[in-house]
Design a protein around this ligand. Structure first.
Ligand code: GLP
Length: 233
């Protein structure tokens, strides 16, 4: 799964060197990032025109905190590939003007001609980025109160307990407008949410179900995450 996703990024860069790539952080895309880094190095791929957008961030968590999305992107992608700052767009979740951060991100995406490839994970409550259950499908970037599940599951990224409350995230309108979306999920624990994503109703209360509407939306999963799908039986 990770290799296929990393290959998709490589293919995109080959076809469109000035592509706009949006990536989630979290456990799921870690190996994809590592494999992408390896492929770029092996194939001496030119990524100097690529624009990189970070999907989301925990509000009030500093970029140096190992649980922040910033930290993930720096560690897994930006530093290993020495990507210059001008190619990187991450939310500054420490800003006291979060609305400005949202509008800035929306403007960058618009100015660059939209997102070519979005690679997202899925939360245990069906969230994508921090598009929590009940969120509108028509939002661009926004700040949101985090759902109970996100608050408790989210602690796994932090060495010591942190106070999480809000997230800043691209919206599901961005996802719908992206030229291609890959939703990645692996492991038994994601089987239930994958079933809901692809086989149950399209509903605001389960944001990942929006994938059903995307004309170029691909759910890329391993066998364990696919284990509850009826077509799998
Ligand atoms: C996190 C992030 C998402 C991520 C999801 C799944 O809270 N906000 O962007 O995709 O939850 O994370 P993981 O891949 O660690 O299961």
């Amino acid at each position: 799964m990770s290799d296929a996703a990393a290959s998709d990024i490589v293919e995109l860069v080959k076809i469109k060197p000035s592509a706009v790539l949006c990536l989630a952080s979290g456990d799921t895309p870690r190996l994809t990032c590592q494999m992408f880094v390896q492929k770029v190095k092996n194939e001496k791929l030119d990524i100097s025109q690529l624009t990189f957008i970070g999907l989301d961030e925990w509000v009030n968590i500093p970029p140096g905190n190992e649980g922040s999305c910033h930290y993930f992107f720096r560690n897994e992608l930006i530093n290993p590939l020495s990507i210059p700052e001008k190619q990187i767009h991450l939310f500054d979740a420490m800003s006291d003007k979060l609305q400005d951060e949202c509008r800035k991100m929306d403007a960058v995406i618009l100015e660059k001609g939209g997102i070519d490839l979005m690679i997202v994970g899925i939360g245990m409550n069906g969230h994508i980025g921090f598009n929590e259950p009940g969120v509108s499908f028509d939002n661009y970037s926004h700040v949101i109160d985090l759902d109970e599940t996100t608050l408790s599951v989210g602690q796994k990224y932090f060495k010591s307990k942190v106070s999480l409350q809000k997230g800043i995230t691209l919206g599901l309108k961005h996802l719908q407008e992206s030229k291609k979306v890959l939703l990645l999920a692996n492991g038994k624990k994601k089987a239930e949410v994958i079933k809901k994503t692809v086989e149950e109703n399209l509903t605001h209360s389960f944001p990942a179900s929006i994938m059903q509407k995307h004309t170029h939306g691909i759910v890329m999963i391993d066998e364990e995450a696919a284990s509850l799908l009826t077509q799998n039986k």
